[in-house]
Design a protein around this ligand. Structure first.
Ligand code: URA
Ligand code: SF4
Length: 213
């Protein structure tokens, strides 16, 4: 049992019932304080038999409003990059390391500004990602950015060092294949967007080759 002070989604995760049961239960998660200010839980989206799982950081403003991952600007860019790399979105299960939107406001009633989750929040939310992996059993995990990388591969993970190559690691007792790349939001923030975008597509092509082999 976790100690009373530890944040964790674990007590909320059902042991059976597949993705529908997980999604229903995650909507009620109080495993860490992030549920307090967010609109709703944004659980993963896609089929249980998806061949590839894409893991992002946390929902953004649009995702928080709509209740689905990667439906905002970063998601639009990701969809375009996936299509260009030859990965069918229908083959993909899309989720995030953290399931609630974390944000600050410069002033009351002003735009909500994304704030990176802490290691504690990522760890608290980890049981949901572990449960998704156990149900979907993807052939490949695409790690989108540093937060997803740290959540799946540990805090020493560096995207710049690991991107674009096929990694094999044991995660939650299962041997997983992973390809890491930058977060699509980082492409939108980049000074050289076109180069950053081509880098993302090139990493996703490595993932596409794994799925084709
Ligand atoms: N960024 C993410 O990491 N995930 C989303 O769902 C949207 C933006
Ligand atoms: Fe639960 Fe994760 Fe939301 Fe925290 S961020 S309340 S652990 S679903």
């Amino acid at each position: 049992m976790p100690s009373e002070s530890a944040y964790s989604a674990e007590p909320f995760v059902p042991r059976r019932g597949g993705l529908p049961a997980l999604r229903r239960a995650a909507a009620e998660c109080r495993g860490c304080p992030l549920h307090l200010d967010a609109t709703q839980t944004v659980f993963g989206d896609g089929k249980a038999d998806a061949r590839v799982m894409l893991v992002g950081e946390q929902p953004g403003d649009q995702e928080d409003r709509q209740g689905k991952p990667f439906v905002g600007p970063a998601g639009k860019l990701l969809d375009r990059a996936l299509a260009e790399a030859g990965i069918d979105p229908g083959d993909a299960y899309v989720t995030n390391a953290v399931k609630h939107f974390k944000f600050t406001r410069a002033e009351p009633r002003k735009r909500r500004i994304h704030k990176a989750p802490t290691l504690r929040e990522m760890t608290a939310c980890g049981p949901w990602l572990a449960a998704e992996l156990a149900v979907v059993e993807p052939e490949l995990i695409v790690v989108l950015g540093a937060t997803a990388g740290k959540a799946l591969l540990g805090s020493a993970f560096r995207v710049t060092q690991e991107r674009g190559t096929v990694l094999e690691r044991e995660i939650h007792g299962r041997k997983e294949r992973l390809v890491a790349t930058v977060h699509p939001s980082s492409v939108l923030r980049s000074d050289d967007r076109e180069a950053a975008y081509q880098g993302l597509v090139s990493d996703l092509r490595v993932a596409a080759r794994v799925l084709d082999s």
